[in-house]
Design a protein around this ligand. Structure first.
Ligand code: ATP
Ligand code: MG
Length: 274
């Protein structure tokens, strides 16, 4: 479990985060949304131990991040993927890049871990390629693989697709779905409608605090809150909202296009047979 308790943070004079509180349960995916400069990346960096916490507490599985001795442990438990993979990548060669993150195991285990991580991001055939030959989307998949080889329990994705074209985005979304199925606990920092729907719970960050917390099942009811913060609502929710305004209420739990189509088909079939 990730526990963030009464965290305040400033880089210079002004506080970016103010008495922030939230937690993430094991196996849960949360989305953190909020306008530019609202402190989303700062939360990611604090929780993964990249920047030093000064006020408040953060616990990762009850391990106190404030204790310097725990930082290495926490960095192993919490992986982070940044917006721009080029800031994360150091080596020219993909194999070297991934091998660098694996410590204290035999050569055979290094090979296995690299193969596993690369197959998880569907990049196995690029194992010995040079990174400069890859697209930005493929580089982001390598950045995710690099996080995976460290065997983290928690993964923070900081706007992982905001710089990537739509086909690359789709591929990364498939990977996020796969990671979700494998049981990773994830924090997805995003303002993208499709990515909000990966989450079990959405936290809206405003003025250094969580202004709203919305469970996925309540998203349709609370769509006005997303609109209020200029967060573009997912298309399926928008359709459901418009239908509801027109007196057609569809009961959908999983807001996917497939689910929407199935529900509408079911409705039409029922009406015909009545
Ligand atoms: N290293 C730094 N030094 C000084 N100020 C910083 C630093 N990093 C971020 N800030 C400032 O802190 C505030 C929060 O930044 P942060 O990057 O956490 O926001 P964000 O919500 O991730 O924004 P974005 O949507 O643009 O990614 C911003 O005002 C930013 O300018
Ligand atoms: Mg950011």
């Amino acid at each position: 479990m990730i526990k963030v308790e009464n965290v305040s943070f400033k880089y210079e004079d002004e506080y970016v985060l103010k008495d922030l509180k939230f937690s993430v349960n094991e196996g849960e995916i949360i989305a953190i949304v909020g306008k530019n400069g609202s402190g989303k990346s700062t939360i990611g960096k604090l929780v993964s131990g990249i920047i030093k916490l000064k006020e408040g507490h953060i616990y990762i599985d009850d391990i106190d991040i404030l204790n310097k001795k725990n930082i290495k442990l926490i960095r192993n438990k919490v992986g982070i993927v940044f917006q721009n993979p080029e800031n994360q990548i150091i080596f020219n060669n993909i194999y070297d890049e991934l091998a660098f993150s694996i410590k204290d195991v035999s050569q055979k285990e290094i090979e296995e871990k690299i193969e596993n991580a690369l197959s998880n991001v569907d990049m196995i055939k690029y194992k010995n390629h040079e990174l400069y030959t890859l697209s930005l989307g493929q580089k982001q998949r390598i950045a995710i693989a690099e996080t995976l080889v460290r065997n983290p329990k928690y993964i923070i994705l900081d706007e992982p697709t905001s710089m990537i074209d739509s086909s690359g985005k789709h591929k990364i979304h498939e990977i996020i779905k796969k990671l979700k199925k494998s049981g990773y606990t994830m924090v997805c920092i995003t303002n993208l409608a499709e990515e909000i729907l990966f989450a079990d719970r959405v936290l809206i960050l405003d003025n250094g605090k969580i202004a709203h917390e919305i469970q996925k099942k309540d998203l349709l009811e609370k769509i006005d809150i997303l609109k209020q913060y200029n967060i573009k609502e997912p298309t399926v929710l928008e359709i459901l909202y418009k239908l509801k305004e027109n007196g057609i209420k569809l009961d959908i739990k999983d807001f996917t296009v497939d689910n929407l189509v199935e529900t509408i088909k079911g409705r039409i079939f029922n009406e015909k047979s009545n």
